[in-house]
Every structure is written in C-alpha cells, then in structure tokens.
Write a new protein. Structure first.
Length: 619
C-alpha cells in the first residue's frame, strides 16, 4: 500500500504544470525498449508498466494505450515508435520504447528507437516462440538484453520449451528468465528491480557542451514538427538556440518536455534523458534522422547517424476519382510528414491519369500507408502492382536502376545489355517439423535456394532460404500460412542482388498496351502471369459495340489472348418477312459500321471501377 501511495504521489507531481527534471541524473535513469513479435504482448506489457508505476490510472479501458493509430490497434503493429515514461520508488525514472519486430519493414523504426536505449526486454510468447530477425539490431548496438516469457498463465504455455528455444536461437542465458502475464499483471512488478539491476544507466555529463541525437520526428497540426531527441551530454532549456550538425541551420527551442505518456512540458532536458522539442521546423524533411544537435557557438563531435531508409517496394497510387488529384496530393503531403521513409514522384498513366509513384520499405509498409490514407484522410486510391527495384548492367559498364516497369528496355539490342539483377532476401522460417515438406515445396516454387535447416527443439525446425524479393511481394505469406495451418513464422532481411533472366509482361487491349498493368518478372513465370491477367481482364471489362481483343505478351511474344464479343443490336427486328436480301443488307451495314467505330474509337479505355475491382481481386 505504501508503494502504491508513493507511485500516485509521484504521478500527481508529474501531472503538474512544472516538472523539474534535475531530480533525475543519469544514474537514476533506465532507458529500455520492449521488442516483440506481432501479438506477443508488447503493448499489453506497456499498459501494465504504466499502471503499476502510477503513470496512468488502472481501468478496464486501458488497452493498447500507446497505439494512437487505428491501423496499429487493428493489425497489432507499431507503425511509429513511441517513448513512454514511468517512475518507480526512490525517484527512479524509466524511459521506455516499445517496438514491433515481426516485420523487417519496420526495422528502420526499431534501429532508431534502440539508439536511445541502453537495454531491451525481449518479450516472447510462451505458446509460440518465434525467431526475430530484427533482434540482432540490439546485438549490433551492444544493448543489455533481458528475455521475458509472456502468457505463462495460458493452458498451452510451455515455459521450459520456450526457454530452451530462446537459449538455442539467441544464445542468451535463461537460467533466471522471468515468466509473466502482461494481460493479468502476473509477475510484471518483478520486472522493475530486474531492469534496475541489469540495464545500465546512460552515460552522460551534464556539465559538458550540449549534444543530442535526433531519432524520430512527427507532425502535429497544432504544434508543428515535433522532434524526439536523446540528450547525450549537457543541458537544454527553452529559448536555447541549437544547430543541426547536418544542415548547419540554427533553431530556437520554443518548447520541450517528456512523453508521460503524452507530451508534458518541462523546464529542461539533461544528459541521459529522452524527450521532445519543438522549434521552427517547417517540415519533417528538414530534420535528418540520426542528426546531431548542439548549441550555437559550441560545436561538438557528431554522431555517426543512421543509414537512410532505402525503398524496396514501389507502386503507383492514383485517385479513384481522377478529378481529385489535388486532394490526393494534399493527403500524401500531410501523411508523409509523419513518415519520411516514403519516397514520392509524380507519374502519369494513360489508363489511370495523373498519380504518384511511391517507394516503401516493404509490402506491409505499403498496405499500412494505403490504409492510413483512406481512413485518416478519406482518400480512396487505386494502387498498381507492387514492384521491386531492378538493376540493368550494360556492356559498357553502366548500371541503371529501374523502379517502374515502363522504364524496362524492350527495343534495345540484347548485345548492349550484359545482365539483369534482382534484389534477394534471406528468409527464416520457424514451424513444426511436420510442415517441413510443404515449406520446402513452397520455397522451391518461388525460386528459393535452401541455406540451412536445423532443429531448435524436439519437434520444431528453423529453415533458412534465399529468395527473390519479387516472389514474396503478393501471396507468398498467405500461402505459407495456408499450407502450415498458421503455425509457421517468416522473417527476412535484405541480401543484395543476384543475376536473373527478366522480361517485361505487357497487357494490350486492341493492340494498345495498358501501362498500369505491365510488370517485370522472371522468364519462367512470365507466360503464367500474362495468362492470369488476361483472364481477369475478360471478367471486368464491359462489352462494347465493337469487339475487344485482350492480349498478353512476355518478352515481346504474344502468349495469351481472350476476346470479348461486341454487343449486338437486333437491326432486323423491324423486318417482318419479305426478301432475305433486305436482312442481309442491314447486317452487312451493321458489320461495316462496327469496323468503322473500332477504327475511329481506337483503343479501349479501362474504367476506374473495373481497374479498382481488378486490383482488389489481385490482393
């Protein structure tokens, strides 16, 4: 009871208008992150930590408190890393980030959050221990890793087997591993002393010149651009002027504070503390993630920074209503203020009109971005088939990277092209051993190359494959879940480029190509892709007054064809008996007029509605 009273007393003090951060020197601070696979309980654990520490009141409504976006709640993923603050007795101050590492698409977000921490809680589901590719980011940054097993209260929980898998896979000491239930709060309070004893305090000197690392930004319609910084040395106050080590521009601090769990202003931020600052930044693109801030007139050593995010999946986005192009552009401008990893270029399609070509970190990133666009900004869009960046090597040594199928060379002599290169990934599968054959069959059908196969427990295997990234863009994950009854997990990481025999697949309507339906694929799959698209088009195109010929070509060779017969008006209905030659004249005249109509009208226009149904059916 005394501990709870102290929590509430500190909570009340932190909710006051003035917060004195001088009470928390580096030795009384613990910066840590919660990393977990999808649905392993990271957000639930964060809720319990907030409640036990007194940061928020304990209520039944406390579910995914830190998931501000609707898409985060629906999908169970962390789109934006968020920092929360809790406090414990003896004036201990915790600064926490929670990250989803179930998808490599968000490894960039994870690496940025880990840069502000000294340790992590590796949260693993007791019912389904899974490998985590981004877990190794914590090793790369020399962080203290504390494994924690969640959902130990469930009947299917197998703590001993899960502990053995963690030890075998990650080579962590699990002799004193903690078992908790984030949902009920069982064992969560015991994590506090574990964090204090094992996670080191941040190293910093408040008397040294100010130096801070920028690791995240977002846009607020009232406060403008908000920067999340980790103060390594020195002290920062309102009114101070700081300089960007990257742009050399000077900014004046208008507000600063901590996330508790939402923004709470304070008088200063000191060494070892993580907080937000607002200044006269007009756009998040002015702030380079990984940048070093220092006070004006006090230059200091710069941090190494982060590698810029590289887009690995590209897709065209077009408004469903072509007259709302300006509304789509405004929505994209506003949404990318919170996601600087998305690249945007203008694109014009003969089939869909004016639109944009966007680059994403992966297919999940693309799908989440499109969902946020439709839900938050009420802007329905048509997105074209996702593609990956390919490289063309010419015989003169020149290399050209292409992100759009329309840039793929078709008429250039093959003697000028040395080779085509496609991006590869190293995929890691974890599943019960009874599904081994099905996983191997699936990977082989997607041009995979087996690298390793090991048992991580009595009946659980870890399989590693090298796969072309283009092969896992669309239905690969769904097929994996289907053939393994949902028991398999799949993580991947980029593995450079490899030579491939690539061709361009074109879809034509009455001999005119539909640029939005063209794609680049391996020659072995090209005919199947062309036939699939031709068959789908026949089902979505409405009949016209003239015949429509749908063709699919791969590498310049026609390999698929479907014909939509012309809609025919009964011109002989007015003839009641009489000479047959009269009917024949009317039919011949109709036939000639249809030929003329086809010649004058030219190509067939694919309606927005037909295209939308086509792309929706393809997902």
């Amino acid at each position: 009871m005394r501990l709870k009273t102290l929590f509430l007393r500190i909570h009340k003090r932190f909710n006051s208008t003035a917060i004195d951060m001088q009470e928390y020197p580096p030795e009384k601070i613990r910066n840590f992150s919660i990393i977990a696979h999808i649905d392993h309980g990271k957000s639930t654990l964060a809720d319990r930590l907030l409640e036990i520490s007194g940061t928020i009141q304990k209520t039944k409504e406390n579910k995914q408190v830190l998931d501000n976006l609707k898409v985060e709640r629906e999908r169970g993923i962390t789109v934006k890393a968020q920092v929360i603050f809790t406090n414990e007795t003896v004036s201990m101050f915790y600064q926490v980030t929670r990250n989803n590492v179930g998808h490599v698409d968000f490894s960039y977000e994870v690496s940025r959050s880990l840069a502000a921490c000294q340790g992590t809680l590796l949260l693993v589901d007791a019912c389904q221990a899974q490998t985590i590719a981004n877990f190794y980011l914590a090793f790369g940054q020399d962080l203290k890793i504390i494994p924690v097993i969640n959902k130990v209260d469930l009947p299917a929980a197998d703590v001993e087997k899960t502990s053995a898998q963690i030890e075998n896979t990650f080579e962590l000491d699990t002799s004193d591993i903690k078992g908790i239930s984030a949902k009920t709060g069982l064992g969560v309070e015991e994590l506090f002393p574990e964090i204090i004893e094992n996670i080191p305090a941040p190293v910093g000197d408040a008397a040294a010149p100010f130096r801070a690392l920028l690791f995240d930004t977002w846009y607020d319609k009232y406060a403008g651009v908000i920067c999340l910084i980790a103060v390594k040395d020195g002290v920062l106050k309102k009114g101070d002027k700081i300089v960007s080590g990257y742009t050399k521009l000077t900014y004046e601090i208008s507000d600063l504070g901590i996330m508790y769990p939402h923004r709470v202003s304070c008088e200063r931020l000191s060494a070892g503390q993580v907080g937000f600052v607002t200044m006269n930044l007009k756009s998040t693109r002015e702030a380079s993630i990984g940048d070093t801030f220092y006070k004006q007139g006090q230059p200091t050593e710069l941090f190494e920074g982060f590698h810029p995010a590289q887009s690995m999946v590209f897709a065209g986005l077009f408004p469903v209503d072509s007259s709302k192009h300006s509304e789509l552009q405004e929505a994209l401008d506003r949404l990318t203020l919170n996601d600087a990893s998305v690249s945007i270029t203008k694109e014009n399609s003969a089939a869909l009109g004016q639109g944009f070509r966007l680059g994403f970190l992966g297919t999940l990133h693309m799908d989440v971005f499109r969902q946020r666009l439709e839900e938050e900004y009420d802007t329905p869009v048509i997105n074209t088939m996702p593609t990956v960046p390919y490289i063309i090597q010419y015989t003169n040594g020149e290399q050209v990277k292409i992100r759009n199928p329309s840039d793929f060379p078709e008429n250039i002599s093959t003697t000028k092209i040395q080779s085509f290169l496609e991006p590869m990934v190293n995929g890691t599968f974890v599943a019960p051993d009874k599904y081994l054959g099905k996983i191997i069959e699936l990977c082989n059908s997607h041009r995979g190359e087996q690298l390793d196969c090991t048992y991580i427990s009595d009946n659980r295997i870890m399989l590693k494959y090298r796969l072309p990234m283009a092969e896992i863009l669309t239905s690969f994950y769904d097929r994996l879940k289907s053939c393994t009854s949902g028991y398999a997990s799949f993580d991947y990481e980029e593995a450079g480029y490899a030579e491939a025999d690539l061709v361009k697949v074109n879809i034509m309507l009455n001999s005119k190509p539909v640029d939005a339906l063209s794609c680049i694929c391996h020659r072995s799959n090209s005919e199947a892709v062309a036939k699939q698209w031709v068959h789908k088009l026949k089902n979505v195109i409405e009949r016209q007054l003239f015949e429509i010929v749908i063709q699919g070509s791969a590498g310049g060779k026609i390999c698929a064809r479907e014909t939509i017969k012309a809609a025919r008006k009964d011109v002989t209905a007015k003839c009641y008996g009489g000479d047959i030659t009269r009917k024949m004249k009317l039919l011949d005249k109709q036939k000639e007029n249809k030929k003329k109509m086809k010649r004058v009208a030219g190509g067939v226009e694919l309606s927005q509605e037909a295209f939308l149904s086509l792309m929706t059916d393809n997902k």
